[in-house]
Design a protein around this ligand. Sequence first.
Ligand SMILES: [Zn+2]
Length: 421
Amino acid sequence: MNDRTRSRKASVRDVRRTNRALVIRHLLFAHETSRSSAGEATALSAATVTNLISDLIDEGAVVEQGFLESPGGRPRTVLGLNPKAAIFFGADVGETQITLEAFDLTLSRLGRRIHRFSGRRIDPQKVIDFLADGVASLIQEIAAKQSTGLANEPATEPAPRVLGLGLGVPGIVEHPTASVGLRGDEPLVHAQVVGWKAVTFTSLAERLGFPLFVDNGAKTTTQAEAWFGSAQGVEHGIVVLIGDGVGAGIITNGRLYRGSSSSAGEWGHTKISLDGIRCRCGSRGCVETFVGASAVLERWRGRDDTWVGRETAGIDALFAAFDAHEPDAAAAMSDLVDHLGLALANLVNLYNPQKIVVGGWFGDQIAEKFLEELHASVLRFSLEQPGNEVVLERSRLGHDAAALGAATLPLDHFIETGWPQ
Ligand SMILES: [Zn+2]
């Protein structure tokens, strides 16, 4: 085979792969479709769609689910992704817990495992052990549910294929798109605030025996917002996540912006004061030290609290005091809205987003109560034109979208490249 033939074959394969990805994405977001609707949505020819769908049915990824009457024509076959074809996992290392969830191909949640930890740090080995054990027990649970349920009868369904595990972690992830242990550069996790230096997850990939993908948790949550949530269809948007720590994911031209070594979005450690209090990152005056949950609580209480983990109880008390018109609580909230508005206005001036989605467990509460005040605060500090243009929105997915976001990593890999080898 000469070079030209080889490259023509390669490009035919690429086109086919791209078209296949278009059809699967359509099926994923439409839930139910028909061959003709898939053709309209993807702008592919009827013949191409028919071929691709028939391959996907042969592979078991797509099932025919009955008929739909169509006015004046033949009834159309309803198509959907096959929930029994494959499972995949999403996990997120949050501030006080690791969440592991299993999904089927229609994105129904099949099961969940949670590991809570106290203190700021968690040993990466503990993360690996929890995930390896959790995945094994979830697979067992799912297989048991999918079998007939009759004691003496063998399972009629073959065990579902596993597409992989996506893991969202704090900090900066170098080489996030590489699949751990399979090819190329390994993802390296640098999470200064939790004490992780160049942590790898190779041993987890070996224990799992299927593809593992690692990315920053704010980025995976942003991907979930872009696929299913408030940032759906947004070309230029920012998802800010506020908990005790603060992060952001930036979407430009419809894609996640990463920067040269994937650290873009570390908005929580941009500075809004020259002589502010010291941050977990070692510097001073970071956004996180003004709008992170425990920072806000410390201001309200007028003292330096020992960090005791996710302070929901403390935050609830602060909101209650605000509702009871306690002057200190009103001052703390007004201070929060001012500083958060200022920090968001910097993003508005830098990126000119159409939309900013406010999420994270604390961010969700702020957005629920103060979205209008926050928008006014952004307008006070931003340039007029981009400030007027930006829409501020509370996250539609809520604050437990982190594991779902991480699960989009193996799903995306399946859509783009096919079944894992
Ligand atoms: Zn910092």
